[in-house]
Design a protein around this ligand. Structure first.
Ligand code: TXA
Ligand code: MG
Length: 390
């Protein structure tokens, strides 16, 4: 059921959640699939309908920073508490998830994936905040998509992934403003932080905030204390030893083949390349950035640009919707279609822009890390492609 997000509707949706139901709701990043985090059956249903492995923990959404204090273990150190407070005050409500030792008796154990840690976030979206307030309890919510599929940035995307699920509320709040998921940061007891997933809040901002709060000595020391979790590069959904949940490479994947593509000058071409036939191009959806591939746009099956102006914010807002748009070109002949998406690596001047880096992470995962290079012969205009390893 799709509903407009009037207050009375939100109250009913909150009531449905309190009675053990599931409610998808908008946030500034992506839509979440919410359940009462204190009800094990409701939480289990979230995992089941998503097809999500049980060891991958869910973020607990709260209406205020005050509420988040309830879910932190008494064993958390002073440093962990101070960092929580400093970052929460600066960035909440906003696209930042803080992972802290969990108060395990206040949330179902499936929420933490039995890790002993809980991810906490206050989303910056008026509907989400009103809804969470009406719920008046912790709301566990992963992104509202089938496991491994592209995250949803509209209510329609949620509906498309769960058309047959009974008693699922979907609160329609329009398109999400930011468009990619929150930065996930674990606050370790050892006075270090780990960025488990890059997002809207960058590492430099985090370091600066903690230096200002006197929790890191100086920026340089701070940068050493905020570690970046490396991308998990196994192309597999087998989950057993998942030390950094959410780091699976096959994540955000569209239903058709997707590869990152970069443009090379004919003279730079070193590896063996193959001619790309015009039939092949006609079944290729090209997702561009900054008009890099506009020369061949008319020959592709479909073409769009994440941001013609080269804005990483605009591109982040568009990415998931464009991936879903692209996969819909293939109706029956899925295996014949493919997506070529501009390889973020080729944009040298963007490599220090933290929003762009978060965007690059999602593009990398959508393509399961696969890259090709293409070149066009200047005389005949033919397109050649070669597989490009990392
Ligand atoms: O922006 C967002 O974060 C969205 C909106 C709905 O809030 N939520 C979202 O949830 O993206 P999900 O479940 O799709 O991704 C959450 C990520 C996962 O990679 C999960 O492994 C990680 O956060 N995470 C959550 N709780 C954790 C914990 N206790 N320890 C380590 N990682 C955790
Ligand atoms: Mg997700």
């Amino acid at each position: 059921m799709l509903e407009n997000a009037a207050s009375s509707t939100l109250m009913q949706a909150a009531q449905a959640l309190r009675s053990g139901g599931l409610v998808a709701f908008p946030t500034e990043t992506v839509y979440g699939l919410g359940a009462d985090a204190s009800q094990p059956d409701a939480v289990e249903r979230v995992f089941r309908i998503k097809g999500r492995p049980f060891q991958d923990p869910l973020i607990v959404h709260c209406a205020s920073m005050q509420q988040t204090f309830n879910y932190i273990s008494e064993s958390a150190t002073d440093w962990q508490r101070s960092v929580h407070q400093a970052l929460g005050q600066r960035f909440w409500p906003g696209p930042l998830t803080l992972v802290l030792p969990a108060h395990e008796s206040r949330i179902a154990e499936a929420v933490t994936g039995r890790t002993g840690w809980v991810g906490l976030r206050c989303p910056n979206h008026p509907i989400a905040l009103a809804f969470l307030e009406f719920c008046d309890r912790p709301v566990a919510a992963p992104s509202a998509n089938l496991f491994g599929h592209v995250s949803p940035t509209t209510a329609k995307h949620v509906f498309d992934d769960f058309p047959h699920v009974d008693n699922l509320w979907i609160v329609d709040g329009g398109a999400c403003g930011f468009g990619i998921e929150s930065t996930v940061v674990r606050i370790n007891a050892t006075s270090t932080l780990e960025v488990l997933r890059p997002g809207g809040v960058g590492r430099a901002e985090i370091v600066q905030c903690l230096v200002e709060a006197g929790l890191f000595k100086d920026s340089e020391a701070g940068f050493r204390q905020v570690l970046l979790k490396e991308r998990f590069v196994k192309e597999s959904v087998a989950m057993p030893a998942l030390d950094a949940p959410g780091q699976l490479l096959v994540h955000y994947a569209p239903r058709i083949d997707c590869q990152m593509v970069s443009w090379v000058d004919g003279t730079e071409q070193t590896s063996p390349s193959e001619l790309v036939s015009s039939e092949h191009l006609k079944k290729t959806v090209l997702i561009d950035f900054e008009g890099r591939f506009s020369l061949i746009s008319a020959r592709a099956g479909a073409y769009c640009d994440l941001s013609r102006a080269g804005s990483s914010l605009e591109a982040a807002q568009n990415l998931f919707a464009k991936l879903r748009w692209a996969e819909n070109f293939a109706t029956t002949d899925l295996e014949q279609w493919r997506i070529w998406i501009a390889d973020p690596k080729q944009f040298d001047d963007m490599q220090t822009n933290e929003i762009f880096l978060a965007l690059s992470d999602r593009i990398f995962r959508s393509a399961s890390g696969r890259r090709i290079k293409i070149c066009i012969t200047p005389d005949s205009g033919q397109v050649f492609a070669s597989i490009h390893s990392q």
